[in-house]
Design a protein around this ligand. Structure first.
Ligand SMILES: [Zn+2]
Length: 235
């Protein structure tokens, strides 16, 4: 057998390797697992975002609680001042009243905001629970399917390794130059070798010039001008 025919046999084994690899990648179980994993990742992202929001709310609540304390102290300060010494005139009284009114308004604003944040925060906690529940369910489904897929994968992987072993064996009598050529063509056309039947390349179904046909028939190494595949003569 010449190198070209040996390379043809190698290609047959290589096609089997590619087919099994594709089968592994296209496995519905594997694709479902990828979906589960993606949805788990997005749930985790969601959870992290909610946690950040809750943290920001807690910070704001602390700041508001400090502001409330400060304002209450200010009001108390004014009360103490008034108890120690009564205002001397109406103007002073009005100033005190205005100050206290302003401070009470501030207090009301703070309390309204605190209430709003508490409501939001409760909502976030409910969301957190929901997301966690969904994540736990998805993880359970993932684990269940993973077991099934692992067994399936082991089987397919054994087939793949057997096919690879056949390909490796068939590569042994081939020169490195031929193997390199095969790999180079494989990058743009698969399978890289095509039989020539009559004057046609079976890789792309184009007719070949008579000069090329003769070269292929005489066993020369010729690539199809259209698809770049290495042509193998077939009677
Ligand atoms: Zn062709």
């Amino acid at each position: 057998m010449n190198q070209l025919n040996l390379l043809w046999d190698y290609q047959t084994a290589d096609i089997e390797v590619e087919n099994i690899s594709k089968e592994i990648k296209r496995s519905p179980n594997r694709q479902q697992l990828v979906k589960y994993r993606d949805s788990l990742l997005s749930l985790q992202k969601n959870l992290a975002r909610i946690e950040d929001e809750v943290l920001a709310m807690q910070d704001r609540l602390e700041a508001l609680s400090d502001a409330v304390k400060m304002t209450e102290n200010q009001i108390q300060g004014i009360q103490e001042k008034l108890q120690a010494k009564e205002p001397e005139n109406t103007e002073e009284t009005e100033r005190y009243i205005a100050d206290v009114k302003r401070l009470i308004n501030n207090l009301n604003d703070y309390e309204a905001e605190i209430k709003r944040i508490r409501t939001d925060s409760n909502e976030r906690e409910k969301m957190q629970r929901d997301v966690k529940l969904r994540a736990a369910r998805t993880k359970k489904e993932f684990d269940k399917l993973k077991e099934v897929y692992d067994a399936e994968f082991q089987q397919m992987n054994e087939r793949l390794n057997a096919a690879k072993a056949v390909a490796d064996e068939r590569a042994k009598p081939l020169s490195q130059a031929y193997l390199d050529k095969y790999q180079t063509i494989k990058r743009h056309s698969f399978p890289p070798l095509a039989k020539m039947i009559g004057s046609q390349c079976t890789g792309c179904n184009m007719s070949l010039p008579s000069g090329v046909v003769k070269d292929v028939q005489s066993g020369k190494e010729v690539e199809c001008e259209t698809c770049g595949r290495l042509l193998v003569y077939s009677e």
